[in-house]
Design a protein around this ligand. Sequence first.
Ligand code: DX5
Ligand code: ZN
Length: 227
Amino acid sequence: MSEARISASILNADFGSLADEVRRAADGGVDSIHLDVMDGHFVDNLTMGPVVVEAVRPASDLPFHAHLMIDDPLAYVDRFADAGSDLIVFHVEADGDPDAIIDAIERAGRRPGIALNPETAAASVLPHLERVDMVLVMTVHPGWGGQEFIADVLPKMRELRDEIDRRVLDVQIGVDGGVNLDTIGQAHAAGGEVMVTGSALYRTTGSLAPTVSALREAAMKEATERT
Ligand code: DX5
Ligand code: ZN
């Protein structure tokens, strides 16, 4: 079982000093930065646009994962690519043709990812597995940080893991929402690899290094006990 990757969701960070918070995560040893983009339509919250991504881009060389919770991802792919996103994740429930959105992300020279909400079946993303680098499985209803992990999503995560392995695809499974020391193990054991964590990380003051390594250990401990 591969080691869990930790991705810092800055939605839960101190927005008054966002670049410093990106640096704090990078210095803490996370593997990537997760940027939650919300348009007030796809979800009932408004968070950050390309200008924010561009503003914090110089703070770290780590991969930037833009999680687009917006109705019209196709209209914004180029702007988030130009702002410095490395991986651009759109929702299968959003408007537009997923193949056209993936084409646009690839044309912009970025890596495509597709996300699905807790209530959305795995079948909705299976037609696109060959074309994406990540499937982001929402373990909360998108819109806010600090929500409770929905364990009912785990069988779907296992289903996606088995299908990716059966097709021998190089597709990572991301897990987003309510990931903390109590839930990261079961998510990793169900096939999750890139663990997005916000409130569990940023409620820590000072160095994030102890929290990041504790999350990695908790992921591996439960995963090895279950295999
Ligand atoms: C929710 C976002 C998540 C969220 C994670 O819609 O997509 O990335 O910020 O925060 P926690 O880890 O607090 O659930
Ligand atoms: Zn997210």
